[in-house]
Ligand binder design. Structure first.
Ligand code: ZN
Length: 161
């Protein structure tokens, strides 16, 4: 089966900065991830690169920042009360952590820790970076009616409720 939108693709990935042989992130030591294509669950360049693939296929793709996590936006800095952090006492500048937002958990980078507030950078940690991906497609399957209704993949590597 070749992947199309409305299919669930399960895949392993390694992501590199173009100048580095050391991956920033890799799924190969753990479980592959599952994504329902065509629902914006992936960065745009990967979504395109995963169309028309079959189980067992391996490929590499180079993405510009705009097709990956987007350009860095300097204005995306925010002052957040400490109560929004799970462990505010241990926050350090440069550290990546999460804050709770209306849209769910969001990854942020701590810029400065004050007495009662923390300045955070809301850009994705990989924003502004050109990225190189190595992909291995593990499985391509039809999405269930429930997955299509929810807009995401269920099962191993997918969304957990
Ligand atoms: Zn669901």
């Amino acid at each position: 089966m070749q992947s199309d939108s409305q299919h669930v693709v399960r895949f392993h990935y390694r992501v590199f900065e173009p100048s580095s042989a050391e991956p920033l992130l890799s799924s190969f030591e753990g479980d592959p991830i599952s994504v329902l294509l065509g629902r914006g669950g992936l960065i745009p360049g990967l979504e395109r690169a995963l169309l028309g693939r079959s189980a067992g296929e391996r490929f590499e793709v180079d993405l510009d920042a705009a097709d990956a996590y987007g350009e860095r936006r300097p204005e995306l800095t925010q002052r957040v009360p400490k109560k929004h952090f799970r462990a505010p006492a241990s926050l350090r500048a440069g550290e990546q952590t999460y804050i709770a937002t209306r849209e769910g958990r969001r990854a942020v980078t701590v810029k400065k820790v004050g007495m009662s507030v923390v300045d955070v950078d809301l850009n994705h940690p990989l924003a502004g970076k050109d990225l190189h991906f190595e992909i291995e497609v593990v499985e391509v399957r039809e999405a269930s009616a429930e997955e299509i209704a929810h807009g995401h993949a269920h099962g191993p590597g997918g969304h957990r409720h």
